[in-house]
Design a protein. Structure first.
Length: 261
C-alpha cells in the first residue's frame, strides 16, 4: 500500500497510544513520518523522531523549519498530543491545572494548525484539489457533557470548533488544505494508566468498556485507521467535519462514565 507515497506527515504525541498507531499506519501507507513528542518512541518505531513541546510557538517554528529543510514539504499534520490533567471537577480544578491542560490540548492544536498551514500552502502534494490535511484528535468530551473533568472537556470542545474554523478559513483562502476532527470514546492508551494501576488492566478495560454500547474499549489502531483515511485523498471532499469512533457512546441516553481518549 503506497497511497501516501511522497508525502510527509507530522504526528504530535506520536510516541505512544493513538499517536504511535497512527505513525505506523501512515508509514505503512508510504508517507515519510515525523513523530514529534516530549518522550522517545519505541526503538523500532518507523520514521524519525523530533523532541517537541506543543505548547511552545518557538518549538513549532523550529519543527516546521526542520521538516521543510530535511523533507522539503509538509502534507499531513495530526495534532494528537494531549493530557487528561487528572479528573478534577469545576470546584477542585486549580488555575494552574486549567492552564496546563488548555496549553497542551487546545493551544497546542492552535499552534499546530497555524504553522502547518504556513508549510502546506506552499509545499502541498501538488494536487489542486488537495494540498494538505490536518487531523485534530479531540474526544467525545467535546460532544457530551460530564461532571468532570472540567478542564479536559473545555479543551477538547475548543479543538472541535477550532477545526471547523480552520477548515472554513482554508477553503475561503482556496489553500486546498482540509481540516477535520476525530472524537474517540474510551481507547486503551496510557492516558488510563492511573486507572490500570488502581484496578488492573483487564478489570479496568472491562469497566470502561461496559459503558460503551459496543461492549468494549477501542484500540489505538482503530482510531489510527480513521486518521489515515482523513489524511489521504480518499477523503478529499471532507473538511470541517467531526468523526466519532466511540463504540456508540454518543448515540443515545446510556449510563456514562468520565471517558477520555
Amino acid at each position: 500500500m503506497s497511497e501516501l507515497s511522497g508525502q510527509v506527515a507530522v504526528v504530535t504525541g506520536g510516541s505512544s497510544g493513538i499517536g504511535a498507531a497512527t505513525v505506523a499506519l501512515l508509514a505503512e501507507a508510504g508517507a515519510t513520518v515525523i513523530s514529534a513528542d516530549i518522550q522517545q518512541p519505541a526503538t523500532d518505531a518507523p520514521g524519525r523522531f523530533v523532541p517537541h513541546d506543543v505548547t511552545s510557538e518557538d518549538a513549532w517554528k523550529a519543527l516546521l523549519a526542520d521538516v521543510l529543510g530535511r523533507e522539503g514539504r509538509l502534507d499531513i499534520l495530526v495534532n494528537n498530543a494531549g493530557v487528561s490533567g487528572g479528573w478534577a471537577t469545576i470546584e477542585t480544578t486549580t488555575v494552574e491545572q486549567w492552564r496546563q491542560v488548555e496549553a497542551i490540548n487546545s493551544e497546542g492544536v492552535f499552534l499546530g494548525c497555524k504553522h502547518a498551514i504556513e508549510g502546506m500552502k506552499v509545499t502541498g502534494p501538488g494536487k489542486p484539489e488537495s494540498k494538505g490535511s490536518i487531523v485534530n484528535v479531540s474526544s467525545i468530551a467535546a460532544l457530551i457533557g460530564s461532571a468532570g473533568p472540567a478542564a479536559y472537556s473545555a479543551s477538547k470542545g475548543a479543538v472541535r470548533l477550532l477545526s471547523k474554523s480552520v477548515a472554513l478559513y482554508c477553503a475561503e483562502k482556496k489553500y486546498g488544505i482540509r481540516c477535520n476532527s476525530v472524537h474517540p470514546g474510551g481507547i486503551d492508551t496510557p492516558i488510563f494508566d492511573p486507572l490500570w494501576q488502581a484496578m488492573g488492566h483487564e478489570a479496568g478495560k472491562a469497566m470502561i468498556g461496559s459503558h460503551h454500547p459496543i461492549g468494549r474499549m477501542g484500540e489505538p489502531g482503530e482510531i489510527g485507521e480513521m486518521i489515515l483515511w482523513l489524511a489521504s485523498d480518499r477523503s478529499r471532499f471532507v473538511t470541517g467535519a467531526e468523526f466519532t469512533p466511540d463504540g456508540g457512546v454518543t448515540s443515545g441516553l446510556i449510563r456514562r462514565t468520565a471517558l477520555a481518549s
